[in-house]
Design a protein around this ligand. Structure first.
Ligand SMILES: Nc1ncnc2c1ncn2[C@@H]1O[C@H](COP(=O)(O)OP(=O)(O)OP(=O)(O)O)[C@@H](O)[C@H]1O
Length: 318
């Protein structure tokens, strides 16, 4: 059964389609990274799923149960924008209030566990009024985690955390997904953290889920490759395939030849020996940030991972 499913979810603010026909699903244990420029619709999508906002169209189902507009589910834990923290209570008490509202059987033990897990142990008995931004963020995460939700919705969970906090939260989330099968939908601009955590990505662009990809597809798309440019592509390809029978060469739409795992010098030597005119020979490597910046903003969807689909299997377009 899917842990989370959104079908054709949309939200219009006056004339602005903040979320436009978004369908996605998460299985238990999935960690799904939602990326997009400022204003792409990430927070609005999370709020629709959490039941904080009513959708203009579409449905949300959590663990198979379709939720009504603005209906929340006890199986959902959310950290979206500023957590609702009572400054007059300690961190522990704040989480305890949530645990009691959920009717947990053993609230004290569970609250102690989540407070410890998010790294608030040392300040749990201090008033939340004096909490730093990072401590508030940890408290928000504890509030989301109490009750052992099956699905976690996290909007920028690394905000305000120091490097140790970022690592702690990342490890905690990975553990929840792996050990407990929690499905995590996480929106973040911190791509290098997402990269270490998620197994799937969705790119939101102007409210639409433009591209969905697995982490492997992103990794492949960002991998180093060698690019050969020549005015005689078919002949060069035949020469290269003869010289490197185990390599997989791909001819791109602009007639450039791409190959991964070969040494540029060796390729250059083979082409030279065959008297092949070469106008370009270079190693191309992309970092994930460059890659997503392109996907988030730039060209049309077809310019995304489908460019790589002949070699890598590409991404699926929602
Ligand atoms: N309550 C609202 N009323 C009107 N417009 C809204 C409202 N909430 C969001 N929007 C608009 O919807 C669009 C999507 O906003 P949203 O906050 O979901 O984007 P985001 O991807 O989370 O951005 P960021 O990365 O900056 O947090 C924006 O154009 C925003 O101005």
């Amino acid at each position: 059964m899917e842990a989370l499913r959104c079908d054709r979810l949309a939200r219009v603010f006056r004339t602005k389609r903040a979320v436009d026909d978004v369908s996605l699903s998460l299985a238990a244990g999935d960690v799904y990274g939602l990326v997009g420029r400022n204003g792409a619709g990430k927070s609005t999508l999370l709020k629709l799923i959490a039941g904080y906002l009513a959708p203009t169209a579409g449905t949300v189902a959590v663990c198979g149960e379709i939720l009504g507009p603005c209906q929340t589910s006890a199986r959902l834990g959310c950290l979206i924008e500023h957590p609702a923290v009572n400054p007059g209570l300690t961190g522990f008490q704040n989480v305890m209030v949530r645990a009691l509202a959920q009717g947990l059987a053993n609230p004290k033990a569970e609250v102690a566990e989540v407070v410890e897990a998010v790294g608030l142990g040392l300040v749990a008995d201090k008033s939340a009024r004096g909490y730093s931004l990072g401590m508030k963020q940890r408290l928000g995460l504890a509030l989301a985690l109490v009750g052992r939700p099956d699905v976690l919705l996290l909007d920028e969970p690394f905000n305000g955390l120091d490097p140790e906090g970022v690592r702690q939260v990342r490890c905690l989330l990975a553990d929840l997904a792996l050990q407990r099968g929690c499905a995590v939908l996480i929106s973040s601009h911190v791509l290098d953290q997402l990269e270490r955590l998620v197994n799937r990505y969705g790119v939101l662009r102007d409210g639409r889920l433009a591209i969905q990809m697995t982490a492997e597809e992103v990794e492949d798309a960002c991998a180093d490759y060698l690019c050969v440019e020549t005015p005689e592509t078919p002949r060069a390809l035949a020469v290269l395939e003869g010289a490197f029978p185990d390599a997989v060469f791909t001819v791109m739409p602009d007639d450039a030849i791409r190959v991964a795992g070969l040494d540029a010098e060796a390729v250059g030597r083979v082409l030279l020996t065959a008297n092949m005119p070469v106008s370009g020979l270079y190693v191309h490597a992309r970092d994930i940030e460059d890659y997503f910046v392109d996907l988030m903003g730039g060209a049309e969807v077809v310019d995304g991972p489908s460019r790589y689909s002949d070699t890598k299997g590409g991404g699926s377009h929602a």
